[in-house]
Design a protein around this ligand. Structure first.
Ligand SMILES: [Zn+2]
Length: 260
């Protein structure tokens, strides 16, 4: 039986952090289909090493880095779309047009589960928030206008607050500044009881690290972290179940498709 996962993110590397472990865990599952949408190509991002890209080429370079990251992980998307909206300006673009572009892909693929950003955008990044809002709207639009297969679960990526607290304890213990969730581009946490899906990616964390290394223009993103902390941060992928409504206190599931 086929199970399709669609992931809608803003930038090349959002996918590596947020869902590559889940994909690696399903890599050998013959019924697994993986659809990936990038709303932007990240062309306004950092260039860690000027020999890798210029501001003019960064978007194309980051698309290639993303493709390479999935090859390094060992499972490439079955369908991979780059919408090439302007990086850092997704929210300035007509919202309805973005919703419809995402909806067209979702309608064709009828995924069982969709992962995107929630209202915190993980780091408060406006592109993440706008992308999550559009993908959430697209999910419901297609689900309501053409009922049928798929659309069983909408997930919003989220970091359990206890995990963020643990990272901060470790950073402070190492004499570093803790992350501050009130600042833009710093990770936010959600109350642990709101997390409905918690995936243990420990068995595939090496593959996730290999995938992350391919984002060479973004090297240094996790440089504040020790190796052990970096592995810890990558070893869990967690989500709030945005739809259907989850009963308070319901059991946390260990896979995006569990129970579907
Ligand atoms: Zn991003």
């Amino acid at each position: 039986m086929t199970k399709t996962l669609a992931v809608v993110v803003a930038h090349p590397d959002d996918d590596t952090f947020g869902c590559s472990g889940t994909v690696a865990l399903h890599a050998d599952d013959p019924g697994f289909r993986f659809v990936l949408i990038h709303v932007t190509s990240g062309e306004a991002g950092r260039i860690a090493d000027p020999s890798l890209a210029t501001p003019e080429t960064l978007g194309a370079v980051r698309e290639e880095e993303d493709r390479a990251s999935w090859i390094a992980l060992g499972r490439t998307p079955d369908r991979h779309e780059f919408f090439r909206y302007p990086d850092h300006r997704v929210e300035d673009h007509p919202f309805d047009e973005l919703v419809e572009r995402i909806a067209m892909v979702l309608q064709a693929e009828r995924p069982d589960a969709v992962i995107t950003f929630g209202p915190d955008g993980i780091t408060g990044h406006p592109d993440h928030i706008a992308t999550g809002k559009a993908a959430t709207e697209a999910f419901h639009r297609v689900r309501e206008r053409s009922p049928g297969e798929g659309f069983s679960r909408l997930l919003h990526q989220a970091i359990p607050r206890s995990m963020l607290d643990e990272w901060n304890r470790r950073l402070v213990a190492a004499g570093k500044d803790p992350m501050d969730p009130t600042q833009l581009y710093q990770p936010r946490g959600v109350p642990d009881e709101e997390v409905g899906v918690l995936i243990d990616c420990t068995p595939v964390v090496d593959r996730k690290l290999a995938a992350l290394e391919e984002h060479r223009t973004q090297a240094g993103d996790m440089e504040d972290m020790q190796e052990e902390e970096r592995r810890m941060a990558l070893a869990a992928e967690s989500h709030v179940i945005a739809w259907p409504e989850r009963a308070p206190g319901a059991a946390v599931v260990a896979d995006v498709f569990e129970g579907l």
